[in-house]
Design a protein around this ligand. Structure first.
Ligand SMILES: Nc1ncnc2c1ncn2[C@@H]1O[C@H](COP(=O)(O)OP(=O)(O)O)[C@@H](O)[C@H]1O
Ligand SMILES: [Mg+2]
Length: 353
């Protein structure tokens, strides 16, 4: 259930070519509608562009959609991850070498060059990029050969570029070079109404890929997905649905199938009163292949919580037993069994502390 796309014949009053990438966008929030509109706008121009947004929000998907909708659609879109290539190699990788091989700028001729994490580009390469953008001439690394280029640059970053500029890690002039055309992709937690449709689309996609028939989560499981903050954004949701579809094979996704961090927020929301915990806060240990000694594990867990209560109350058994909602005598008995109360100490303990 993606976005209702306007019919190709009527958008902007002109006939548009097929835009396969744009149709792969899923979402129904006002934010995603705005993104689709901006994709249309930037497809019409040939401006260099900067896309900003946290990792996993869909920056590269947006760039692909703009490329596919633009007059450069018959050229290539070449991606370069500026952070993944060591600084001294990046210049040759982008601009080519005098004798050895073409750079990505040459390979992308007539198309689009996607520069991911542009903030990671070393300053001298930033200077060279700016010069190339302004002169439409690029010089190979080390010099000796120049070529004209016809490439649209779409840069992307998840970084605080303003901070990088003020720390002199990102050139201010390059920053301003892009300031006329900036797209911001909001984090998934800022457009939670996209979560149900994205979840459904991912479950369907991975069912189709694996031949499984897992049903789309709803009810409490969807509540938990909605409550979570998704620091990894759409990519994190996509990866989780992939794992769940593979794991579940068929049937439904249950609350206990979700990773602890996902249902923790949900459990907190469900708990009556601040600080209350529910069964969902229990550590969830995998049963080892060869089984385990339940008694040993359970008492280790019990001791772990008792020790925390004693630490927090500076050894005060009365307060510790209140924290654990158990009788003081039961607590003392448990400590005695662990040898934590010597007969000598026993007297003091049975006092007030
Ligand atoms: N609105 C969306 N609809 C469908 N899939 C999406 C959407 N946004 C992101 N994705 C998917 O999420 C993953 C991460 O997107 P990507 O463009 O790589 O993010 P970024 O470049 O911001 O890190 C990709 O698999 C992408 O296809
Ligand atoms: Mg990316």
């Amino acid at each position: 259930m993606g976005v209702e796309l306007p019919s190709p014949a009527t958008t902007h009053g002109r006939v548009m070519a097929m835009e396969p990438m744009k149709s792969s966008f899923v979402g129904e929030s006002p934010a995603i509608q705005d993104i689709l509109n901006q994709i249309d706008q930037y497809s019409l121009t040939d401006q260099h562009l900067l896309i900003r947004g946290e990792s996993g929000t869909g920056k590269e998907l947006v760039a692909q959609a703009i490329h596919a909708g633009s007059s450069r659609r018959n050229g290539a879109m070449i991606s370069v991850s500026c952070g993944a290539i060591p600084g001294d190699l990046l210049e040759a990788e982008l601009f080519g070498l005098y004798k050895g091989g073409q750079g990505r700028f040459e390979i992308a001729q007539g198309g689009t060059l996607y520069l991911d994490e542009i903030n990671e580009m070393p300053l001298h390469v930033q200077a060279k990029l700016l010069r190339a953008l302004q002169t439409r001439q690029a010089e190979v690394a080390g010099g000796g050969r120049s070529y004209e280029f016809n490439v649209r640059v779409i840069a992307a970053t998840s970084a605080d570029l303003e901070g990088a500029v003020s720390r002199r890690e990102f050139r201010e002039d390059l920053y301003h070079r892009f300031s006329g055309a900036v797209m911001r992709i909001p984090a998934l937690r800022a457009r939670k109404s996209d979560i149900p449709v994205l979840t459904k689309a991912f479950v369907q996609r991975f069912n189709a890929l694996t031949g499984h028939s897992v049903s789309t989560p709803d009810g409490k499981v969807m509540d938990a997905l909605m409550a979570y903050d998704w620091p990894g954004n759409v990519r994190e949701l996509e990866n989780l649905m992939e794992r769940l579809v593979i794991m579940k094979n068929n049937g439904g996704i249950e609350l206990e199938d979700l990773p602890t961090k996902v249902f923790r927020k949900y459990a907190e929301d469900q708990s009556p009163g601040a600080g209350a915990v529910s069964e969902w806060d229990f550590p969830r240990m995998m049963l080892p292949q060869n089984g385990l000694d339940l008694k040993v594990i359970v008492s280790a867990f019990e001791n772990h919580l008792i020790d925390q209560a004693l630490t927090r109350t500076h050894g005060n058994k009365n307060k510790a037993s209140e924290l654990l909602q158990m009788n003081r005598t039961t607590l003392v008995e448990k400590l005695r069994r662990r040898g934590m109360i010597t007969p000598l100490k026993k007297k003091e303990i049975e006092g007030t502390s």
